[in-house]
Design a protein around this ligand. Sequence first.
Ligand SMILES: N[C@H](CCC[C@H](N)C(=O)O)C(=O)O
Length: 286
Amino acid sequence: MRIRFTKMQGAGNDFVVLDETRAPLNLTTAQYRWLADRHFGVGADQILSVRPSPAPGIDFEYVIHNADGGEVEHCGNGARCFVRFVRERGLTDKSTVRVRTVNQVLELRMLPDGRVTVDMGAPVFELPQVPFDPRGLDPQAHGDWARWPLPLPDGRQVPAAVLSMGNPHAVLEVDDAERAPVAQLGPLVEAHPAFPRRVNVGFMQVRSRDAITLRVWERGAGETLACGTGACAAVVAGIRLGRLDSRVEVQTRGGVLTIEWRGIGSPVLMTGPAATVFEGEVEIPL
Ligand SMILES: N[C@H](CCC[C@H](N)C(=O)O)C(=O)O
């Protein structure tokens, strides 16, 4: 099957974007995986599908698949690319667009300087909603939401803040993000049995009350140059730990994201770049 696609990136988190507003492509998990493959396919961290409005007051449906082909609930960097895509292709002339994912409605606003601000919704801390099931953890060592001692196969325990931005996140605090054992610890925490749907793993270095450095081992994609929902989860964790103020610059390997959160019950606002890299056509294997 021959398809057209657009390659985009937001702070180096890269995407294949598919316009399914006129007709669904009905791709299989294997075809999503092939599109994301950096050797045999196009190459991307996630595949984003733009689909027709699912309900009044909503402009588009926003569907996300990880590089491993699995469908997931949210992608923050992808949301910024989404609004650039629909405006550049003339699918809307609005500068503020409302999209629905599997479990939430997001508002995407194009700024005059080309950056995008996304209302990412309110973070969720209640464990079963994350989803996170601490039953397997040592009851004596139960921390609060911010210091769950995740036991690793080698006997170590890593304290993690556990929360959801619509998708699950475990945030670890480190002294030096650049030297953090992302490739070693990331997969172990991603697949930890306490996370029945796996988890995204953030390695956060707090540099000041309004600046952090963050690396993220993403569920279903591995380490990416930036993770929008991961930046939101890390800042929310830092604010709740009393380490950060309400507006934080997040330095990622791919660029800077600005995250704002005014506390429990309020939405997280994320601002950052979104760029189109190239348009293409490709014959997808059946
Ligand atoms: N790997 C994530 C999805 C993509 C999130 C990330 N690329 C972002 O910008 O938020 C998950 O499995 O929940």
